[in-house]
Write a protein that binds this ligand. Structure first.
Ligand code: ADP
Ligand code: MG
Length: 345
């Protein structure tokens, strides 16, 4: 885990010496703007300022959508950007603000061509926002489920490989995505961009505990691994800490792989309670009728392994995807990939 390095670093503006802080949440860069007073006897400024974007500098245009996180706007800040404005419960809540900074501090350490570019954040309550590059193209969700694009196996492979590479990088940096799903994967001219990594807890921080688990967003449950889904029963609340790990990201990747292959979700049209019950007991979507090479299904089954320790790492996924025999793909480019819609119960 590399999450405790430079985000805990202060720079003394007089000496440029780096000073390690014990806790990043005691940093507040806004004292000079009349916001919150970070008591210090010297003239420290913080590296966080490097990515603190004053809200006034953003030019917001269209609302792109309203997600779990808050409202997403198309904006302009040295070029087109996406601005995620958080719905803050209570603008005076210092714990919320500190948690936001802690979570967001992780994002600036991500530099990979398959990850959305984190540009900065607005950190002055009540205006908390995250600014990233604007993703052109479409989400994988929209391509698969709305446009009903038929992903041939070789195209599915190209997309999945890039997702695996981006995810492998995140994990190597000690970052768990926690919300990997086709709505958070953009594809633009064959290039994959993953968004919303590490923001799941920010959502929780900013929305409080109001949401009941019965109002679970549609299409979300099928990304939850057995060990995560089981906790929904006990907690009765999706905003409490869910036990996400690298291995639960792997499970979610399996579902993305399934969607790419089959053009649908596993457990489609099953009620939430049924999915929770079935997945929690190790039941899986049937792959009996899948018309794809054995290796393709093996990847799916390994990602969906009931025991999280048995799931592979993303580096192994990348290798497994590479090993899928190319000649079989070339010979049958229009190979139909169909799955039974019914769950294996
Ligand atoms: P969800 O992931 O459930 O769609 P979000 O709050 O993440 O909810 O996104 C809301 C809307 O904004 C979606 O339509 C999403 O595709 C779009 N969006 C999110 N991030 C970006 C981005 N970086 N570039 C372009 N559009 C984005
Ligand atoms: Mg999203």
């Amino acid at each position: 885990n590399t999450s405790n390095d430079s985000d805990k670093t202060l720079i003394d503006s007089n000496t440029s010496d780096k000073i390690q802080l014990d806790r990043v949440d005691s940093i507040d860069s806004q004292d000079d703007q009349g916001g919150h007073n970070w008591k210090r006897g010297n003239s420290l400024s913080v590296t966080m300022k490097e990515w603190d974007i004053p809200y006034e500098q953003l030019i917001l245009s269209d609302t792109i959508g309203i997600g779990r996180f808050g409202t997403v706007y198309k904006g302009h800040w040295h070029g087109p950007v996406a601005v995620k404005v958080l719905a803050m419960d209570d603008s005076d809540n210092q714990a919320q603000l500190a948690a936001f900074k802690l979570e967001v501090g992780v994002l600036r350490k991500t530099r990979h061509e398959n990850l959305v570019l984190f540009m900065g954040a607005c950190m002055k309550p009540p205006r908390l926002a995250i600014v990233t590059s604007f993703c052109k193209g479409e989400t994988l969700f929209s391509l698969i489920h709305l446009k009903k694009d038929n992903f041939k196996l070789n195209k599915a492979l190209i997309v999945a490989s890039q997702v695996a590479q981006g995810m492998g990088y995140l994990h190597a940096r000690g970052i768990i995505h926690k919300d990997l799903r086709t709505k958070n994967i953009f594809v633009d001219a064959g290039k994959v961009i993953i968004t919303d990594f590490g923001l799941f807890n920010v959502t929780k921080i900013c929305r409080g505990n109001k949401k009941d688990w019965l109002s679970i967003p549609p299409g979300w449950l099928c990304y939850l691994s057995p060990e995560v889904i089981k906790t929904l029963h006990a907690r009765q609340n999706i905003n409490m800490d869910l036990p996400f790990t690298e291995m639960s990201d792997l499970y979610a990747f399996g579902t993305v792989w399934y969607e790419l292959l089959c053009g649908d979700w596993p457990f489609k049209s099953h009620p939430a309670e049924t999915i929770i019950w079935q997945v929690g007991r190790g039941m899986k979507q049937s792959l009996n009728t899948i018309g794809a090479p054995r290796e393709v299904k093996d990847i799916l089954m390994s990602c969906w392994a009931f025991k999280k320790e048995e799931r592979p790492e993303f580096s192994q996924i990348s290798k497994a995807l590479e090993r899928i025999p190319k000649h079989r793909l070339i010979r049958s480019p229009s190979h139909p990939v169909h799955l039974s819609r019914s769950a294996e119960v």
